[in-house]
Design a protein around this ligand. Sequence first.
Ligand code: NAD
Length: 260
Amino acid sequence: MKTLKGKSVIITGAGLGLGLAASVELASQGAHLTLVDYNEQALMEAHQHISKKYADANIIAISGDASKEEDVKHYVQETIKEFGRIDGLYNNAGIEGRQAPLAEYDVNIFKKVVDINLMGVYYGMRYVIPQMQKQKYGRIVNVSSVGGLRGVMNQTPYVATKHAVIGLTKNAALEYARDGIITNAISPGAILTPMVAEAFRQVNPADPKKAEAEYAQANPTKRLGLPEEVAKVVAFLLSEDISYVNGQVIAIDGGQSNSY
Ligand code: NAD
């Protein structure tokens, strides 16, 4: 199904995890892709993997840090140069930081989480929206988390920034829908990616698989989610079909956030 045929989409954090899975899905639906990641090795491998799988896909890969304003300007400009327009932004790059209670949290790591998870998402919108306004069309999907809906023990900067991403989403939805720009957020639960594997290693260094199994027990589905399950929703939110759903936060968590 080529729902996104010819659409130009920037994906941040495209090298691994949710960004990689979404990039594969978007390529399968015919989108032109700008893959962005600061992990050059992962970026190169993602580019090769998707190009091999979808030989007719139009893809550029740009090494860049979503929390550096100059890098963001650069990959936005390169996308316009290559594809002539930007139809979608998957504002996905993010980090968890370390796990520690609020008063013991390392201040520099706290600032880094804010720089990437909040400022990075802001810069993406800041530099993509003017182009989308010119086109009178755009789709933005910001990545929050269930940590943007609820507190999560020992993850204060993550939770604070993921709540903030929802604030950015709601304001952009109010300010730019008149220009044809639709902005939504997703709040994934625990999805099996390298980031989540690292979180389980921190929770139980001796037996991360045990931590994972215990976590899955609390979920109505009794399992963790898969990156491909998130990717399908993201592709829909980046499509023309989402034209009257704006400023919403879609939990992708097996229903766990409904539980008291
Ligand atoms: P991951 O660590 O597995 O992959 C993230 C990718 O983003 C990596 O390739 C990394 O190099 C890249 N990246 C990180 N910071 C970057 C930056 N500043 N500039 C460019 N690239 C950067 O993580 P993931 O699990 O795929 O998470 C992706 C997003 O989804 C994050 O925002 C995360 O908070 C969010 N999220 C993930 C889950 C989950 O369960 N996996 C749940 C909720 C929210």
